[in-house]
Design a protein around this ligand. Structure first.
Ligand SMILES: [Fe+2]
Length: 236
């Protein structure tokens, strides 16, 4: 079932489980780290607070068994749903205070595995999914673009090495959702999918080499949005 680039499943998780997971995350808020933008559209400002529940290079959790119970259950549901040979590279609890600018979610390991995969399988390595699990209902959505990269996460690099889009994002749509971004970026981007507003119980997944961003949720007077992010790998 998970062969699409982008997918959304409403009412996928039990609401009680989601609210328990949210509580576990908030109880561990002291483990979170503020992410300050140093170069981009929010230079000098706090974009998010991120709590690493599992990290690829340092396995904080010491294996999946030490996750808080609701997170463990969500992880098991995901692993089961995505079928064989799937592993969880990273889990973070995200409290987003400012909308993410355009980026993709390749990891350092993706970059390393790419060449190994290619020589082993004689085909292109395609990063697996970024899974977003909203923890509350918020009138804010993720925007997925057609443009992608398996080389870098920075959109300024994409602009440097690629021509402008043939069907760039409509100006009124850009104004409605993406006006926090650099305005010239619009010319290099076309819309793949505008996700529905985030809702507790939803499962959102997309291949993580697609450029994407948050919408400008401050325009709808939303102070922040909370969700879990799982980076999944398919073992080669
Ligand atoms: Fe992302």
């Amino acid at each position: 079932m998970f062969d699409e680039d982008v997918l959304v499943k409403d009412n996928f998780f039990d609401l009680e489980l989601i609210s328990q997971a949210w509580k576990e995350c908030l109880d561990n808020d002291h483990k979170g780290q503020d992410f300050i933008d140093h170069h981009g559209i929010w230079k000098g400002q706090r974009v998010s607070r991120q709590q690493f529940i599992k990290k690829a290079d340092t396995d904080i959790s010491d294996g999946n068994n030490n996750f808080p119970p609701a997170i463990k259950k969500i992880t098991d549901i995901l692993l089961n749903e995505f079928a064989d040979d799937i592993s969880v590279r990273e889990i973070t609890f995200q409290q987003l205070y400012l909308p993410w600018d355009i980026h993709c979610d390749l990891t350092r390991e993706d970059m390393n595995e790419k060449s190994i995969y290619k020589s082993k399988n004689n085909s292109e390595y395609v990063p697996f999914y970024n899974v977003l699990i909203p923890l509350h209902d918020v009138d804010s959505r993720t925007i997925i673009f057609d443009q992608k990269s398996t080389e870098y996460n920075d959109f300024w690099k994409f602009k440097k090495y690629n021509p402008k889009a043939i069907n760039p994002v409509d100006e009124s749509l850009w104004e409605e959702y993406l006006d926090m971004c650099w305005s010239e970026d619009r010319e290099w981007l076309s819309i793949k999918k505008i996700m529905p507003p985030q809702q507790a119980g939803q499962l959102i997944a997309f291949r993580r080499h697609f450029f994407h961003s948050s919408d400008n949720f401050h325009k709808r007077n939303i102070a922040n949005k909370h969700f879990l992010q799982f980076l999944l790998d398919k073992n080669a």
